[in-house]
Design a protein around this ligand. Structure first.
Ligand SMILES: Cc1ncc(C[n+]2csc(CCOP(=O)(O)OP(=O)(O)O)c2C)c(N)n1
Ligand SMILES: [Mg+2]
Length: 303
């Protein structure tokens, strides 16, 4: 007559609020340290000895990551109240804020749908814009959402050169490669571009979507352009959480691994926010130094 009560009781039936638990744990942990604030580095000083990142930059990055995490949480709270309708979370992907920091806001970006950290950080580059408001309009499917006019929850911004599109089927990878080639072609034929001549295109994608034919096409074309020494200033960023809709992405030998192997050539660990596997340098070097000639790829495991 009555539904059987599952044992153990699933979290959703316990009124469990994970965010609240994390918050309490965090406060308990910090209180338990029993120390006042330590003497950290000055704003302009390296956050750690030898780091290219200063203390102010570190705080900004962290704040961008927190903005992203809080947007996730509030979207869920408001979803329960039926005030917003789309709650894709960026939790675990906040490291992509680092890429936004190292890039310019005029570097065209085609983003994975969990790129909240990237967006929050990119918004810093152009004063007067509000990442929280823009995201909130998007969650609420508002007609005032500047990216989609309320049609869909996507990351996008015209002034910030984030081209709105979906990313689950990797349809944005060929577009990103085409954009990179167009930057180079514009420079070559003397066509005035609306962005600096040495811009690079940034394209992030999920590990599972790397399996799609569209992704494979883009990797192949990127590898081919590299082989032909046809410049294509493109940075692929694989946001590799090891799953796609709760299904495990296969490890070595998978189409994902082989596809990516065709594009990237060097492995280099970076540590801190991300262990980075990929070309010619750390994220910062590869973007800030704008080598810009060959497609590159960073694999960013969830951290
Ligand atoms: C055309 C289409 N097919 C299927 C889906 C369902 N879908 C949503 S997310 C996803 C895979 C996501 O995996 P991944 O790219 O690794 O991103 P993650 O969510 O793990 O960050 C798929 C297939 C979709 N959104 N659109
Ligand atoms: Mg994934």
């Amino acid at each position: 007559m009555f539904a059987r009560v599952p044992n153990p009781l699933p979290a959703r039936m316990k009124g469990l609020n994970r965010a609240e638990i994390c918050d309490t744990n965090f406060i308990e942990f910090v209180t338990g340290l029993g120390q006042g604030p330590g003497k950290g580095p000055q704003d302009g000083a390296p956050v750690l000895p030898g780091s290219a990142l200063d203390a102010r930059g570190f705080r900004e990055l962290f704040e961008s990551q927190l903005i992203s995490r809080h947007l996730d949480l509030m979207a869920r709270v408001l979803r329960v109240q039926n005030k917003v309708f789309y709650t894709i979370g960026s939790s675990g992907h906040e490291g992509n804020a680092m890429v936004a920091r190292a890039a310019r806001h005029t570097d065209p970006a085609f983003l994975h749908y969990r790129s909240g950290g990237f967006m929050a950080e990119r918004f810093r580059k152009l004063p007067g814009l509000d990442p929280v408001m823009d995201s909130a309009l998007s969650f609420a499917a508002s007609k005032d959402d500047p990216a989609s006019g309320g049609r869909h929850k996507v990351w996008g911004s015209k002034p910030l050169w984030v081209l709105p599109q979906t990313s689950t089927i990797a349809s944005h990878l060929p577009k990103a490669l085409g954009t990179a080639m167009a930057i180079e072609a514009g420079r070559r034929v003397g066509h005035a571009l609306p962005i600096p001549d040495d811009s690079i295109t940034i394209c992030s994608f999920g590990d599972a979507s790397a399996n799609h034919a569209t992704a494979q096409t883009a990797f192949n074309a990127a590898a081919w352009s590299s082989f032909q020494k046809l410049p294509a200033p493109l940075l692929f960023v694989c946001e590799d959480n090891g799953i796609g809709i709760s299904v495990k992405t296969p490890e070595a030998g998978s189409p994902r691994a082989s596809a990516i192997a065709r594009v990237w050539t060097i492995s280099m660990p970076m540590g801190w926010i991300w262990p980075v596997a990929m070309p010619r340098c750390s994220v910062r070097w590869s973007i800030a130094a704008r080598p810009g000639d060959r497609p590159s790829c960073i694999c960013a495991p969830r951290g």
